[in-house]
Design a protein around this ligand. Structure first.
Ligand SMILES: [Zn+2]
Ligand SMILES: [Zn+2]
Length: 403
C-alpha cells in the first residue's frame, strides 16, 4: 500500500474545516486592510532562495527540497513565501512602476526537516507583503491586522517587538556585538562561535541556555539605534498602545532571515507550549534591491497555519441547506430535478438510495442539513414534496412547483 511521504499530512475534517475557516477569516480581514490575493509557483530557481534567505541559514543549508529537473535546471520547492512574491514583484516591474502594492497569499511551503510534533515537511502559511510604504504606520497596521486575525479565531497571544536598526546603525552595533562575543568566547557554543563571523546578530536567538545567560550582558540593539530608527520605534509602540495591543520589547528577537531591518515582531502563544511562535514578520527594505530590483521599502508577516489549527475556536456549527431523498426508485429522476433547481441557491445533498422516512431523517442529521425533503409514492402522484425543518421541528407538504 502506498502511503504519504514522511512529514506530509493529509487533512481531513475537523482539521480541514478549521483550515478552511482560518483561510476564510484571514482572507476577509486582509481584504479589509486593502490587500489583494496573490499566487506564485511552488517551484522556483534554487538561486532565488540562496540569495534571499541566505546561504548561511539552516533553511538553505540543510532544509531545501532541491533537485535538478529534466531540463537540467536547479530548482527548489519554496521553503517560505516572501522570496517568490518579491521575485514576481520585480519580474512584473512593479518596483519601476512605483506606488503601493499590497498582497496576501497562502499555501504550502516545504522544508526537509526532521519531522516532529508541530513541524512538518509540507506545512502551510498565510502571508502578507506590502511594498512601497516606508512609514512605520504600515508596520503598525500589519501588526494590528495580525492581531485582528488571531482575535477573530479566538486565539490568545503575546506580541514581542524589536527594532533591528538600519544600514546606518546596524553596522556599528554589529561591531560592538562582535567585540563582546570575542570577550565571551569561552562561554558560548560552537554555533555561536561560527555565527560570530558569518552572521553575529543571529547569536542572540541561540537556543543554548548558557549562551542566553551570557547574552543578558550583551549590548542591546534598542540602545544603539540611530535617531530615525529610534523615533520610528517610539511611534510604533505608541500606536500599538493607543490601539489596545499589548507587547513586550524583546531585544533578542532577531529574524531568521538576513534581509530584515527596523521593525521585527513575533506573536507567541502559551497554548501550544511555552512561548511558541505562531507568526512573525517585519520590515525588509533591502530585499527588492538585493534581488536586482529598484530599492523599495517593504514589510510583511507570515502565519504558520498547522500550529494554530488546534487553537482555533470555530463558531458553533449550524444546520444548513437540504438533504433530499425518495422512498422508491421511481422518484429518483424527480428528486434529481428538484435538487438541481434548489442547488442554484442552497446547499443540497441527495441520497441516491430509496429509503424509509426514518432512515432519511438519520441521513439528514448525518450531513447536518436544516431541511429533510422526501418524495414518496403519494407525493410522486400528487406532484408534491414532504419537507421537514429539522431546526424548527415543523413539517409540511408543498407543491413541487413552489418548492
Ligand atoms: Zn537606524
Ligand atoms: Zn550559542
Amino acid at each position: 500500500m502506498i502511503q504519504s511521504l514522511r512529514g506530509m499530512n493529509d487533512m481531513f475534517a475537523p482539521d480541514a474545516e478549521r483550515y478552511e475557516y482560518f483561510i476564510e477569516t484571514a482572507t476577509a480581514i486582509a481584504k479589509r486592510y486593502g490587500f489583494n490575493y496573490f499566487e506564485s509557483p511552488l517551484l522556483e530557481e534554487t538561486a532565488l532562495f540562496k540569495r534571499s534567505v541566505g546561504e548561511s541559514s539552516d533553511i538553505v543549508g540543510k532544509e531545501m527540497y532541491q533537485f535538478i529537473d529534466k531540463g537540467e535546471n536547479d530548482v527548489c520547492l519554496r521553503p517560505e513565501g516572501t522570496a517568490g512574491v518579491v521575485r514576481a514583484f520585480i519580474q512584473k516591474k512593479l518596483d519601476k512602476q512605483g506606488g503601493i502594492h499590497r498582497f496576501f497569499y497562502h499555501g504550502p511551503m516545504f522544508r526537509y526537516e526532521r519531522p516532529q510534533k508541530g513541524r512538518l515537511r509540507e506545512f502551510h502559511q498565510f502571508g502578507i507583503e506590502s511594498f512601497g510604504v516606508a512609514s512605520v504606520l504600515e508596520d503598525a497596521s500589519l501588526i494590528m491586522m495580525l492581531a485582528d486575525i488571531l482575535k477573530a479565531l479566538g486565539i490568545s497571544f503575546k506580541l514581542k517587538l524589536n527594532s533591528l536598526g538600519c544600514q546606518e546603525c546596524m553596522p556599528p552595533y554589529r561591531e560592538k556585538l562582535v567585540n563582546f562575543l570575542e570577550s565571551a568566547e569561552e562561554y558560548i557554543c560552537h554555533d555561536c562561535l561560527r555565527r560570530k563571523s558569518t552572521n553575529p546578530i543571529r547569536v542572540l536567538d541561540c537556543k543554548n541556555g548558557s549562551c542566553q545567560e551570557k547574552y543578558v550582558d550583551a549590548p542591546k540593539l534598542a540602545d544603539n539605534l540611530c535617531g530615525s530608527c529610534d523615533v520610528d520605534f517610539g511611534v510604533l509602540q505608541n500606536l500599538l498602545r493607543e490601539n489596545g495591543i499589548d507587547f513586550e520589547i524583546d531585544t533578542h528577537l532577531v529574524r531568521g532571515l538576513d534581509y530584515y531591518s527596523k521593525t521585527a515582531f513575533e506573536f507567541v502563544s502559551d497554548e501550544i507550549g511555552a512561548q511558541s511562535a505562531i507568526a512573525g514578520g517585519g520590515r525588509y527594505d533591502r530585499l527588492v534591491e538585493f534581488l536586482d530590483g529598484k530599492e523599495t521599502p517593504a514589510v510583511g508577516f507570515a502565519i504558520g497555519i498547522e500550529r494554530l489549527l488546534e487553537l482555533i475556536k470555530m463558531p458553533e456549527s449550524t444546520r444548513s441547506g437540504y438533504y433530499m431523498g425518495t422512498m422508491d426508485d421511481e422518484g429518483l429522476p424527480i428528486i434529481m430535478k428538484a435538487a438541481q433547481a434548489k442547488r442554484q441557491s442552497e446547499r443540497v445533498v441527495v441520497e441516491y438510495k430509496s429509503k424509509n422516512f426514518k432512515n432519511h431523517l438519520k441521513g439528514a442529521d448525518k450531513v447536518n442539513a436544516r431541511y429533510c425533503a422526501i418524495i414518496g409514492e403519494n407525493e410522486r402522484n400528487e406532484g408534491t414534496i414532504w419537507v421537514k425543518d429539522l431546526e424548527a421541528k415543523t413539517e409540511e407538504t408543498v407543491s413541487l412547483d413552489t418548492f
